[in-house]
Design a protein around this ligand. Sequence first.
Ligand code: SF4
Length: 233
Amino acid sequence: MTLPSPAELADRLEPLLDALAEHFGPQRWWTDTDPFEVIAGALLVQNTAWTGAAKAIENLRAAGALSIDGILALDELSCQELVRPSGSFRQKTAKLQAFAGHVRDAHDGDLARMLRTPMAPLRHELLGIWGVGPETADAILLYAARQPSFVVDTYTQRALERLGVIPNGVPRAALRALLLEALPPDAWQLAETHGLFVRLGKAHCRSTPDCAPCPLLMGCEYGSGGTIAARRG
Ligand code: SF4
């Protein structure tokens, strides 16, 4: 299977996204959330479930530390105690402190100004901050800066591969570039699309997929094959 062109991918995605939107409804992730809270969430959720990250965020909020200045004012041990529920708490503390320190040093502590930087240089800048990889950088661009990036995560790639939309093993950078060419450059729509793939991945398209109730079953190569095999079985 070859990689589809952006136009081919757009044609394939349109009915799939319509079906997901009809099934799951609007996602509207982080629409009214303070940008630093989004960034803290993107860092704290790395390699853990959202419930742990959410508890850590609530701890930071209760301590008055859910801001650049708040993180910078915390001593290391206090921050570690607050973010402990998110797991890897020493590393997560270091990541929060690295991010806050960068905003202080490079932008005089003005996060809003930093997030207004155009997307390509801002992504490059984010990737230069310790603890920020491509997935986290794109989550910050899309949900904190509301710039038209796309978060290519395991959920998205796995579903697109199983659906037969893309070949297996496309490098994530290439998949992100292709999706950004195929989809309208609208941050709110891109956020909805990402949110829908995550919902799909959590509800049905898990590592062991639950295809029978999946809204995409009829158009899915893997799911249809599994169903046919099960009927024969
Ligand atoms: S039918 Fe199965 S494999 Fe296909 S998208 Fe749905 S859950 Fe994933």
